[in-house]
Design a protein around this ligand. Structure first.
Ligand code: SAM
Ligand code: SF4
Length: 438
């Protein structure tokens, strides 16, 4: 599916035609990740935040929030509760809170991993490379960091830099993968200033980043933020609406482009259409739900958008409701950690094979480096990896600003530099070889 087709679906409002998209996404989901719905217990460990994102109620500048930070014992008890409830994964989420100290969290990660069979996912914002490495080393398995929008200009407005460093969540996602995390990214749908074109680019980026988890939720305006009643600078017909249907379209398209990713039916979609939002997302490509295990007395303080805390507070009641919803769809609750299962496909040294590489030779990609010497470098790298290069040139990926583009196998990579091709190839082959787990 290319950008043109993505745009077609994002703009489509014909119910009959859209039913084709829903069916295609649901079939893809069934074929690649099956009927299991994985439950990940979510613990909101702190609502302190150093940042002032223009969309989020937890922003530092919002003085109306009562702030809290859970203790180690609070979080550990939540982990035991997750095990008791049969969940395979615990997700620790917070604002960007430097009071959640690197070494303290590493100790807690070790403790939880030693005492439980849980996979651990972190979602703690943009932390330092040392902290991310230490947490991985301590046993954290996954990291969620939505890039929010691929439109750099919009991102800089809604997600201001902090502490003198430029925020680049896309670069951090790449670092997280290099550190060995399963990585999760994602976006909000309908941010004021979000165009259909940029949303199509977001979906293409899910594929380029080869995300293991993709979180997609509608933007819900919070009254204590600059985006409350914000006017979009875009013409009305090019502003993406923050609706459940538009969110479902992005879920469906993400499923088709990243068929083996884990895609949650997010809380925001459930809040926006109480009762039906989550079910619609599950029918249109989603395969994960994140029940909230945060101790009830803290829930209303984690108000990233209005309405979030009004949900069922007792974990057991919430769990029963989710399980019956899953059963009513003819699906079942997944067992184990529910990590990403990759299709075994792998050309490898043990099984020499031809590796197809398509090099975009459009004028922009060519001038940015996709030229003869670069192709020769690619050929040498493939041969050094014990494979037979099958390199062809083609025109064109139509995403010129993100070139040079190279497609290895069926995966399109952007910004490919010949000097780093060896590393890219190793990453590509490692992904193909990785054993299924979980
Ligand atoms: N602080 C961490 C971070 O920013 O990645 C994790 C917590 S943050 C609250 C998790 C996600 O909530 C953000 O990535 C953003 O996509 C989403 N979010 C924040 N404000 C929102 C809003 N008003 N409507 C919908 N989603 C929102
Ligand atoms: Fe903080 Fe995350 Fe909210 Fe931004 S989205 S203000 S980093 S909690």
């Amino acid at each position: 599916m290319d950008r043109r087709e993505l745009l077609h679906w994002l703009r489509c409002d014909d119910a009959l035609e859209l039913s084709e998209l829903w069916q295609r996404a649901d079939r893809t989901r069934e074929e690649w990740v099956g009927d299991a719905v994985h439950l990940r217990g979510l613990v909101e460990i702190s609502n302190h935040c150093a940042r002032s994102c223009h969309y989020c109620g937890l922003r530092a500048a919002n003085r109306t929030v009562r702030r809290y930070r859970l203790t180690e014992e609070d979080i550990y008890r939540c982990a035991l509760q997750a095990v008791q409830m049969g969940y395979g994964t615990l997700v620790l989420q917070s604002g960007e809170d430097y009071g959640v100290e690197g070494h303290w969290l590493a100790g807690l990660i070790r403790r939880i991993k030693a005492a439980t069979p849980l996979a651990l996912t972190l979602s703690l914002g943009e932390r330092t490379e040392n902290e991310l490495a230490a947490w991985r080393e301590a046993g954290a398995d996954r990291y969620l960091l939505r890039f929010e929008t691929s439109d750099r200009a919009l991102y800089q407005v809604i997600h201001p830099d902090h502490g003198g460093t430029v925020s680049d969540r896309i670069a951090i996602l790449r670092r997280l993968r290099a550190l060995g995390y399963e990585t999760g990214g994602g976006v909000m749908v309908g941010i004021p200033g979000q165009s259909y074109e940029s949303l199509a680019d977001d979906i293409l980026l899910f594929r380029d980043l080869d995300l293991d988890m993709i979180g997609i939720g509608p933007f819900i305006a919070h009254p204590e933020t600059p985006l409350w009643r914000a006017r979009s600078p875009l013409p009305t017909d090019n502003q993406v609406p923050p609706t459940v249907e538009m969110t479902c379209k992005v879920v469906a398209l993400a499923r088709i482009l990243r068929p083996d990713a884990h895609i949650p039916a997010t809380t925001a979609v459930a809040v926006m259409h109480a009762g039906l939002g989550r079910e619609l997302a599950l029918r249109r490509g989603a395969n994960v739900i994140m029940p909230n295990l945060t101790p009830p007395q803290y829930r209303e303080m984690y108000a990233i958008y209005p309405g979030k805390a009004d949900r069922i507070e007792v974990a057991e009641a919430c769990d029963r409701q989710i399980r019956s919803q899953i059963a009513s769809l003819g699906r079942f609750v997944g067992s184990g950690q529910g990590g990403r299962r990759r299709r075994p496909a792998a050309p490898s040294r043990e099984h020499p094979a031809t590796l197809k590489i398509a090099v975009c030779m459009g004028s922009s990609c060519y001038s940015r480096g996709n030229n003869g010497p670069a192709i020769e470098t690619m050929r040498q790298c493939v041969e050094a990896a014990g494979l037979i290069p099958d390199i062809s040139g083609h025109l064109c990926e139509n995403q010129c600003t993100r070139g040079p583009h190279v497609t290895i196998g069926t995966t399109l990579y952007s910004n490919v530099q010949a000097s780093c091709f060896d590393e890219l190839l190793r990453h590509h082959l490692a992904v193909l070889r990785e054993e299924p787990h979980g």
